[in-house]
Design a protein around this ligand. Structure first.
Ligand code: HEM
Length: 141
């Protein structure tokens, strides 16, 4: 569970994320593929080139941030993304790599305070755990 202050800090960054979400995800992918080239093979580079995938990730992160208090509300959308992940071989151990690069991208683009970054680290942890749980149920179904 997230404390009130963390939720407020996450909520306070939603407008900035909305405005610069695509830029953040582009920086994010750049970092992810540079730091962890081993995950690159799972991604469709055509989608990277035309910006479809950066847009989808930005929207999903934004949607999760808006519903951080009750991710069950967006279970249908998370479920369909989870199916794509499972089919492409996304594993629980990939989530910290994505989290690290996402936070680094938020830091680079928005230059937020340390407190905001820590709030996002906690928020990402909640969102990642939710996805990992849905994906493990799909795998074991
Ligand atoms: C909470 C974290 C994450 C969110 C919000 C997220 C969101 C998304 C979204 C919205 C899509 C598009 C789904 C569609 O096409 O309908 C997607 C696809 C994908 N995701 Fe994630 N994802 C997350 C974590 C990860 C992780 C940890 C990996 C593994 C490194 C990953 C790898 C992929 C891949 C390979 C695709 C297919 C898209 C392509 O071919 O470029 N995702 N994700």
């Amino acid at each position: 569970m997230l404390d009130q202050r963390t939720k407020e800090l996450i909520n306070s960054t939603i407008p900035a994320l909305k405005d610069r979400g695509e830029e953040i995800t582009k920086v994010f992918y750049h970092k992810l593929f540079k730091r962890y080239p081993e995950v690159k093979g799972m991604f469709d580079m055509e989608k990277q080139a035309n910006g479809t995938q950066p847009k989808a990730l930005a929207l999903a992160v934004l949607n999760a941030a808006r519903n951080i208090e009750n991710l069950d509300r967006i279970a249908a959308s998370i479920n369909s993304i989870a199916k794509v992940h499972v089919n492409l071989g996304v594993k629980p151990e990939h989530y910290p790599l994505v989290g690290e690069c996402l936070l680094a991208a938020i830091k680079e683009v928005l230059n937020p305070t340390d407190e905001v970054l820590e709030a996002w680290a906690k928020g990402y942890g909640i969102i990642a755990d939710y996805y990992i749980n849905v994906e493990s149920k799909l795998i074991n179904a």
